[in-house]
Design a protein around this ligand. Structure first.
Ligand code: 4AD
Ligand code: MG
Length: 450
């Protein structure tokens, strides 16, 4: 017995249904008329198709219903699929019947240009527009590619908690809440510490969920709530970690090239730039990157105590900001991994480089075309005493990290992992110029509605 679920067709299936009579369920994106003809642009989430109502060949009621449709009215349209070379999907519908679910009130988002603030306030409706629709489909593909990649390679999904008793990525960007009689709890900044415990139980794992940063920065690449996927692998050193990150990112990008061509074209993305994202990527150490900045005369703006700014040579030991990362990436059309950062600018859990104790076995992957950092990762400190010393040095609570230190007492092994930001990746692949466009409902310092 055909279920309701199977009995209707989606717009993306139409090219295979030429000549058939089908029923589509959707919303009216636009309606125009000319003499005896009414043209309805119907959107159903899978695509858009033009439906043609020819008055002489339908019941009068159908012709009247077609005329009454407003933008975003919800309708089921029945008709015959006709091949039409000039149409975007190669087909049109010759309408035989219309069922109106609702005639929509005057829709606030019209085809004219709207300001971003207005669109953000109407995010719940803005998601229906062609561009947002294409971005969300790429986002879904990126998430599918992420899960497929790890599932295919024998990683086990291990969820990390979202309410946590302590910080993972520094104490300055924590969202805090009261937790019954137990004091304060924090929204997790990263599932990594728990992923490490999981990796000691299952070998290769990944954790995938929302993460939170009380970021005060109003940039095009910061959200306060974002999705991060974090693989963690026992018996992996930094090189293994970087190799995996390259395979992984190549897979995601090529998956989108193969499965989202229509969406990327809609977005006006230069697909050849994505096709070029193949291993091997570029790699350089932090120290080499600093030397490159010096050799290419890329200066750092430094504020003086009196408020004036001067330009100085980039000092070894300082963290890279977006300007340095962008400068470094101007020479590359593929991602570049920068490794071995000064320990002072990186998190407490990173292992020191045995051959240079000033640096840790960290790695960041920077994407080209101004996209910036998409991955942060490292080999973890696996020596109990060294880790304890780092926890003390950072002024973190040893008691709260007791369970984490335990992992270094009971069969400690070299292990590594990284975190990839889903929105940073989708922003890069889609070419969106602001991160707020690549998550359905963005959370930023100045926005929590809708
Ligand atoms: O570099 P981060 O802070 O690394 C970690 O959290 C590690 N614990 C990951 C690990 O080793 N398991 O964050 C990882 C990635 C960044 O490279 C970036 O893509 C993304 O998360 N990210 C953000 N995305 C959007 N908005 C923000 N505020 C972000 N902060 C980090
Ligand atoms: Mg980082």
């Amino acid at each position: 017995m055909a279920s309701r679920y199977q009995s209707y067709t989606t717009i993306e299936q139409l090219p295979a249904r030429v000549g058939d009579t089908v029923t589509l369920n959707g919303w009216v994106q636009d309606k125009t008329g000319k003499g005896k003809l009414t043209f309805i642009k119907l959107r159903d989430g899978s695509g858009m198709v033009q439906c043609v109502v020819f008055k002489p060949s339908v019941e009068e009621r159908v012709a009247d219903d077609a005329k009454s449709l407003t933008q975003e009215s919800s309708v089921s349209i029945t008709g015959t699929v006709r091949a039409e070379e000039r149409a975007p999907g190669g087909v049109e519908i010759d309408v035989t019947d219309i069922k109106i679910w609702q005639i929509a009130s005057e829709y606030p988002i019209t085809p004219k240009e709207h300001g971003v603030e207005f669109l953000m306030e109407h995010r719940h409706l803005w998601l229906r527009s062609t561009r947002q629709h294409a971005i969300m489909r790429v986002r879904a593909a990126v998430i599918k590619a992420i899960r497929d990649f790890f599932d295919m390679h024998g990683f086990k999904l291990m969820d990390s908690p979202i309410l946590t008793p302590n910080a993972c990525e520094g104490t300055s960007t924590l969202f805090e809440t009261e937790y019954f009689d137990l004091g304060k709890a924090y929204l997790t900044q990263s599932g990594q510490l728990y992923a490490e415990a999981s990796a000691m139980a299952l070998g290769r794992v990944y954790t995938f969920g929302p993460t939170f940063r009380a970021e005060k920065s109003k940039t095009r690449r910061h959200l306060t709530e974002f999705w991060m996927v974090e693989p963690e692998m026992a018996y992996f050193d930094l090189n293994d970690d970087m190799d995996l990150a390259e395979d992984f990112v190549e897979y995601i990008v090529q998956y989108c090239v193969q499965n989202c061509r229509k969406e990327l074209e809609t977005l006006g993305r230069d697909i050849s730039k994505l096709e070029a994202v193949k291993r091997p990527f570029h790699r350089m150490s932090y120290t080499e990157a600093v030397e490159w900045l010096h050799a290419n005369n890329v200066k750092l703006n430094k504020k003086q105590p009196d408020g004036t700014e001067i330009q100085i040579d980039f000092p070894w030991g300082e963290d890279f900001g977006a300007p340095q990362e962008e400068a470094i990436m101007t020479q590359f059309d593929k991602p570049c991994i920068i490794h071995r950062y000064p320990s002072e600018v990186k998190a407490f859990y990173m292992k020191r480089d045995p051959s240079d104790p000033r640096v840790v076995l960290a790695m960041d992957m920077l994407a080209p075309e101004g996209a910036g950092e998409i991955i942060g990762g490292s080999q973890r400190e696996d020596d109990h005493d060294a880790l304890q010393e780092r926890i003390r040095h950072e002024g973190l609570s040893e008691e709260e990290f007791q369970w984490y230190l335990d992992l270094r007492k009971f069969g400690s092994v070299p292990h590594s992992g990284f975190g990839l930001g889903v929105e940073r990746t989708v922003k890069w692949i889609t070419g969106a110029d602001h991160i707020r466009e690549v998550i359905p409902f963005p959370r930023m310092i100045y926005r929590i509605v809708p």
